[in-house]
Design a protein around this ligand. Sequence first.
Ligand code: HEC
Ligand code: HEC
Ligand code: HEC
Length: 456
Amino acid sequence: MKKRTVAIVVLLIAAVATALLYCAMNRPPSADQNLNAQVLEILQKGGCASCHSASPELPFYANLPVAGDLVQKDVAEGYRAYDIEPLVAALSSGRDINPVDVAKVEKVALDGTMPPAKYYLVHWGSQMTAAKRNIIEQWAEAFREIYYADGVVGSEPVRPIVQSQSVDERKVALGKILYHDTRLSSDNTVSCATCHDLATGGVDNKQYSEGVDGQKGGVNAPTTYNAVYNFVQFWDGRAATLADQAAGPPLNPVEMASTSFDEIIEKLAADKALTKEFEAVYADGWSQANITNAIEEFERTLITPNSPFDKYLLGDDNAITAQAKQGYELFKEWGCATCHAGVNLGGETYELMGLRRHYFEDRGMALTEEDNGRFKQTQQERDRHRFKTPGLRNVALTWPYYHDGTRQTLEEAVNDMARYQCDVDPTVEQTADVVEFLRSLTGEYEGKPLTNSNQQ
Ligand code: HEC
Ligand code: HEC
Ligand code: HEC
């Protein structure tokens, strides 16, 4: 044989061997393991945690001058965008998995964006192959079927609201009275309903709410409808439960401005009829714990099922317009549904405002204490400008938008979300489609479609 032929044969063998080795290293996890274990293996082999955790084990070349800079930058940007540690911990320990993690990992797997090419070309075995993608898809579907058990066919990231919550009706009745009771405020002028009016979408439609003496706070009031679905309460998550939350406003100097629960209880105890009713349910009578417990129980009933979109999810194909369907597709395609997932389309994680572009720089208004978001509670730099993702149920009724209440219309809010969170510049038609989808999320309360009496 000629030298040249030998060289070609050797090269061919080397190429085939390389390809075989590459395929072998990229083979999907064994189907004998359960889906959680298979996904864990995909994430581990994919090097996801090297760019998406607080203490990544940096590859050896991280300290080399040029390549090193690149890696540090990837790690910093990756961790800023997404922290995968909670998911890895849940998958390894059998603990509860957050549906937002499922939505995020599913999305990058389907899009084929993670791990990035520059990573898998160097780290053999890490590439997201079609076989691995299939496993992640199956895992997401199986997770949702069990987690929601709501009868929805298919693997939708957005899920319908249940018909009712199991509650103690007697506590609900008392909570409803207290929610509307101005005696919780220092001068008997302000109740929870002043800022969370159930006839106006559970909000006041003001940029900043007005408390006792017309004092203004520095952050927009979210709705109390479906707040029960939030994993924590407030934009910065400082209340763990609805009852914890309800203890805040009565003593907040710019909201209800009472000086203590004793002051409130003195007024309530003077009401003999209400006290009798209250003691029939709470044997130990008036206390902060019992008052907030009743309010929480009432808020658990503030759910809004039967929106046109929920009917569509449950199989009624005519419940929403073709435009709304198109809007929902964009909502998934752009990745809106990776943060606004689940029953409340949000309320399950803290997310960065301005993930893809500089929201606060562009806003043209000085930074406020409230803009710090979750950072206010943790003092962790990573949490600056991170907020509990708001739910999007009944969002057509709850203007103005964002924690700073700077967006008056849904069109503006959607347009900005696309740009700042998804790096997409939508057309006017696309924005209108997504808005039409969001309008289909307006549900029913006490059997009647929710409306807002402030709406023209
Ligand atoms: C070399 C570093 C690197 C590796 C490895 C890596 N990522 Fe990423 N990831 C990034 C960076 C940088 C971003 C933010 C910019 C972007 O989205 O392109 C990101 C973004 C993400 C996001 C957020 C996307 C969004 O739009 O919200 C998710 C989710 C994600 N990665 C999951 C994964 C998973 C799952 C793996 C493993 C299969 C993985 N990543 C591997 C660097 C990495
Ligand atoms: C003066 C107006 C005002 C009053 C009165 C008021 N709130 Fe609020 N409420 C707000 C504002 C503003 C926020 C957001 C504050 C923040 O996140 O820091 C809020 C947040 C909440 C949240 C959290 C929702 C979420 O998505 O995080 C709930 C629940 C809530 N209020 C219920 C109540 C209840 C119950 C009462 C009565 C005990 C009450 N509010 C009284 C203005 C008010
Ligand atoms: C990375 C997570 C993330 C993504 C992706 C995302 N959002 Fe948001 N969304 C948020 C956060 C966080 C806020 C609250 C921002 C603030 O208050 O400053 C928000 C606020 C909103 C609001 C205002 C809600 C209110 O009550 O104030 C709307 C509407 C909205 N998003 C729709 C969308 C749409 C449509 C998309 C896709 C184009 C999208 N979001 C993508 C996290 C996200």
